[in-house]
Design a protein around this ligand. Structure first.
Ligand SMILES: *Cc1c(COP(=O)(O)O)cnc(C)c1O
Length: 388
């Protein structure tokens, strides 16, 4: 029996386990020193001023939107080729969600399409308050062009960098927020580094940072300078707005800090494996991932597109044949606007043809640091057999 090869998997080593055990034996399981240490490590690695660790990237997107003041009557735009959380954060705030179709080369949101929609929106008075560009598969969006449009049209930018810690744009680390207001990472086990569940919000803006800190803990402050009346004493705190308990535990943060020590190693290995796929899949009837020269991907995903007109089999048949051979392929993503919840909001199949066409052809191949060359060869061999 050959084993099942998953599409993604965490890489946990003895130092990670030791770091978690150390916290379990310490005084602080949550709200202790491990959080700040992890935040500092990520902030330093990204070259950004502030980092706020939270319980998930979904929570991170939610408080990022709230910190900007997104609310009822406002609009948030993102790409349909993403996980539902990139759009749901707008709905959590009572805002209206819209989508920008994908670029058929990068699978990120299309800049041409964004410009076209902004011209229309400006004429109609419906310019979004927030744009959430998603760095799909770990490849950065064209952030400089997005920043230009943000200035011209007056919207804010929250990067959904859930796939992209360890990646670069024009030589700068993703998360630097050089071209955006905020950026968000996910530490789910399939992502680049993990804390089990977890996320982080990054920003260079002190006012956004203060809001994020409050929103993570119930809207509460202990800072006398921010209080609306004099402190009653050392026990005193004030709730200034409606926040949440979106905290990360110290157990998770210690794991995250330990994982950060290997971020470069993880990304280097992912790049090596991605390059190897690109070399060894050249001759198959596939479109392989195209990389914009301004970007260096963290390679969260390796997505192939089937040339269906040249194949005897459907996408589903190829997918199922791979799964039967023990290859844990996946599909990223079902276009968000086709989900029943979004259809009930008025979206329809046909609204975003590039995302839908992509969805009919795409398959994500296994890619993670612990993928052995022998297992990668099994994936390549299986694909060659199925597609020939
Ligand atoms: C994984 C992911 C999220 C959500 O991350 P969680 O940490 O699971 O909440 C959001 N956006 C994208 C693009 C993701 O891949």
């Amino acid at each position: 029996m050959t084993s099942f090869i998953p599409y993604g998997r965490q890489d946990i080593q003895p130092p990670d386990i030791a770091a978690v055990l150390e916290v379990l034996q310490s005084d602080w399981l949550t709200q202790g020193p491990a959080i700040e240490r992890f935040e500092q490590a990520v902030a330093n690695s990204c070259g950004v001023r502030y980092a706020v660790a939270v319980s998930s990237a979904t929570a991170a997107l939610h408080i990022a939107c709230l910190a900007i003041g997104l609310g009822p009557g406002d609009r948030l735009w993102t790409c349909p080729n993403t996980f539902v959380a990139s759009a749901n954060c707008g709905l959590y705030c009572g805002a209206t969600v819209g989508f920008v179709d994908l670029d058929p080369h990068t699978y990120n949101l299309s800049l041409a399409e964004l410009e076209r929609k902004l011209v229309q929106a400006a004429a109609a008075g419906t310019v979004p308050k927030v744009l959430v560009p998603v760095h799909f598969a770990g490849q950065s969006c064209e952030l400089a062009r997005i920043a230009d449009l943000a200035r011209q049209y007056g919207f804010r930018v929250i990067e959904d960098a859930s796939h992209a810690i360890g990646g670069q744009y024009r030589g700068q680390a993703i998360g630097s927020c050089q071209f955006s207001d905020l950026a968000v990472f996910s530490f789910h086990p399939v992502k680049i580094i993990t804390t089990g569940e977890g996320g982080m919000v990054l920003t260079n803006q002190p006012d956004l940072y203060e809001a994020l800190i409050r929103l993570r803990t119930h809207g509460i402050t202990r800072n006398p300078a921010l209080m609306q009346e004099e402190s009653h004493g050392p026990w005193y705190y004030q709730q200034l707005e409606l926040g949440f308990n979106y905290r990360m535990t110290d157990i998770q943060a210690a794991l995250g800090y330990s994982q950060m020590q290997r971020l470069q190693e993880f990304v280097t290995r992912r790049r090596f494996l991605a390059d190897r796929y690109t070399t060894l899949l050249q001759d198959l009837p596939l479109t392989l991932p195209w990389q914009h020269p301004d970007t260096a991907s963290s390679w969260h995903l390796y997505v192939i597109r089937l040339h269906l007109e040249k194949l005897q089999r459907s996408q589903r048949q190829v997918f199922e044949a791979l799964r039967q051979m023990g290859i844990g392929v996946n599909l990223h993503y079902i276009p968000v606007h086709t989900q029943p919840y979004y259809q009930a909001l008025g979206f329809r199949w046909g609204d975003f043809p590039q995302a839908e066409q992509y969805y009919r052809e795409a398959i994500s191949l296994p890619l993670y640091p612990g993928l052995s060359l022998a297992d990668q060869d099994r994936v390549i061999q299986a694909l060659s057999e199925i597609l020939s």
